[in-house]
Design a protein around this ligand. Structure first.
Ligand code: NAD
Length: 246
């Protein structure tokens, strides 16, 4: 029996990187996956998944666009009746030391990494409450704990995800809904590829398991937290960092 058979999963930032790996893994585990991304590439990801005889639908939407998201959630609910799993994964970096950081660099990161999580969770949660079941898992980061040079915006957004997760978990656990987060360390994706080579080298050298993380490493952590079996894990932040910070 597949672990997510018959379930519906709404995954943001599924056009590449970790979100794409989550979408593929969840589909392999039997879920119907709804892939949301600002990039058109998300359509190819859904095509690839459907090419394996698995169930995927893609939507090119900016996670800041509340109106479009509202219509999308309503249309999924009217067609399928429920959304079991929400993966709040979309995220960006706009690195700059604080003294040089522009208002846009601050607000773009907050809007995409944090405020969209408020918007989307608010749209989907009432439906989970109605069905008496839900799994919400969001993307925090090791940087939300430790802080990083040049990332006051990003680290703040990822620390806020921890507070959001722990607080909401206390509110909605009684409805059969769990709220958790993953906190990845250094994972090889386009996001980290844009960092200076010296920073990447130093980061890699500090990883006890002796390799960089891959999107699939994080996808398996999401799968655990999104599974039925994780029903007694609530308000947890799961580190996926090879032992750098534990
Ligand atoms: N890669 C890492 O080392 C790492 C570490 C810790 C946390 N994270 C977090 O994991 C998540 C995924 O990161 P990744 O490394 O796969 O990054 P990535 O850049 O490879 O993928 C992010 C995805 O989010 C999408 N996205 C960005 N803005 C969007 C918007 N406004 N609307 C819809 N989609 C949007 C992008 O198009 C992209 O497909 C992010 O939240 C990131 O902060 C990553």
């Amino acid at each position: 029996m597949k672990r997510l058979e018959g379930q519906y999963a709404f995954i943001t930032g599924a056009g590449k990187g970790i979100g794409k790996a989550v979408a593929s893994l969840f589909a392999e585990e039997g879920a119907t996956v709804f892939l949301i991304d600002i990039l058109n590439e998300v359509n190819e990801v859904a095509d690839e998944i459907r090419g394996q005889n698995l169930k995927a639908e893609s939507f090119v939407v900016d996670v800041r666009d509340r109106q479009k998201l509202k219509s999308l959630v309503e249309s999924i609910i009217s067609q399928h009746g429920k959304i079991d799993i929400l993966i709040n994964n979309a995220g960006i970096i706009r690195d700059r030391t604080f003294l040089k950081m522009s208002d846009d660099e601050w607000h773009d990161v907050m809007d995409i990494n944090l405020n969209s999580v408020f918007t989307i969770t608010k749209l989907i949660l009432p439906h989970m409450k109605e069905s008496g079941y839900g799994r919400i898992v969001s993307a925090s980061s090791i940087n939300g704990y430790v802080g990083t040079f040049g990332q006051t915006n990003y680290s703040s957004s990822k620390a806020a995800i921890i507070g959001f997760t722990k607080s909401l978990a206390k509110e909605v656990g009684k409805y059969g809904i769990t709220v958790n987060a993953v906190a990845p360390g250094f994972i090889q994706t386009d996001m980290t590829a844009s960092m200076p080579a010296a920073v990447i080298e130093a980061g890699m050298a500090a990883i006890p398991v002796g390799r960089a993380g891959q999107p699939e490493d994080v996808a398996h952590a999401y799968l655990f937290l999104a599974s039925r079996e994780a029903g007694f894990v609530n308000g947890e932040i799961l580190n996926v960092n090879g032992g750098v910070y534990a």
